[in-house]
Design a protein around this ligand. Structure first.
Ligand code: PAF
Length: 299
């Protein structure tokens, strides 16, 4: 039975002890708790996470915290959109029960430099971890704090941040955390652009170009599924992204655990990050590679 079935009773909590006290009561009643961690500026992608959480738990907790630890020097921490009241309204309407939105000093009372870090080796290296050093340490540290504070039975993350999801799954497995992690499919605009808070940085012209990232991935996926060599396809993809006006950060084909693709790999994922104006956009698509042929041997 959802706690917030009248969609009016969402509690916004900023205080750690209040959160713990409130959740203890729910736990004592044997209720299943879901967590949806966010940095706010919510869009339909976040609301899909809340909807999935709503279906699978008695109590839905969303967190809203723009985590300074996961932004590198010169990144968009200050510019990151903060839309607290609109977020509160959307979460209430989505049937969220508790919004936890702590201050930076509540989560990091000793400052960022003195903070104990959670580092997930290997999974966080390369791809976004390669171009954003320290980013995944910031993510895994704050997510493990949120897991400790909320102690959810289940937590929901978007598949758009494919590497983030893989890092969190590994962290949960390595630390034996009793939390089920659910990845929720990417929500796209009608023209295919993956929804992201950072899409708001795009000018009208850039927004018109942005779907080319998804379109390029779709055409590369089709070529790979027809057995074209990975090298050729990725080369063509880089060129297509430059031609459309992007500066690609990476474009890679990996197996679903983010390991290298080998001739025996069938299930793979095509991952891209590319700069467009002030925004760095990421996206990914799953790819079913054909059984080894001459072409796929070139992998
Ligand atoms: O995906 C995000 O919004 C953030 O990386 C997360 C998981 C909320 C951690 O700050």
């Amino acid at each position: 039975m959802p706690v917030n079935d009248d969609k009016t009773a969402m509690h916004t909590l900023r205080d750690i002890s209040e959160l713990r006290h409130t959740l203890r009561e729910h736990r004592l009643r044997g209720q299943r708790i879901a967590l949806v961690p966010t940095m706010g500026n919510l869009h339909a992608g976040h609301l899909a996470l809340v909807a999935r959480a709503r279906q699978s738990a008695d109590v839905v907790v969303a967190s809203l915290f723009v985590n300074p630890m996961q932004f590198g020097p010169g990144e968009d921490l200050d510019a990151y959109p903060r839309t607290f009241e609109a977020d509160q309204t959307q979460l209430t309407e989505a049937g969220c029960d508790i919004l936890f939105s702590p201050t930076v000093s509540a989560l990091y009372p000793n400052g960022l430099d003195a903070q104990t870090l959670v580092h997930v080796p290997e999974m966080g290296e390369g791809l976004c971890g390669g171009s954003r050093p320290g980013h995944f340490d910031g993510v895994s540290t704050v997510v493990s704090m949120l897991f400790n504070l909320v102690q959810p039975d289940v937590a929901f993350f978007g598949q758009k941040d494919y590497q983030q999801l893989a890092v969190i799954r590994k962290m949960v497995s390595d630390l034996h955390l009793p939390i089920e992690i659910i990845g929720v499919p990417i929500v796209r605009a009608e023209d295919g652009l993956a929804l992201s808070s950072r899409n708001g940085y795009l000018s009208q012209q850039e927004r018109a170009v942005a779907p080319a990232l998804y379109q390029t991935l779709c055409s590369l996926r089709d070529a790979l599924e027809h057995g074209e060599s990975v090298e050729q396809v990725l080369h063509r993809g880089h060129t297509a992204l430059y031609d459309a006006g992007f500066t690609p950060d990476y474009l890679e084909l990996r197996d679903t655990m983010l390991g290298p693709v080998t001739p025996s790999t069938r299930h793979a994922v095509l991952l891209a990050a590319a700069h467009l104006g002030p925004a760095r956009l990421i996206d990914n698509l799953s790819v079913q590679l054909p059984a080894a042929t001459n072409a796929s041997h070139q992998r």
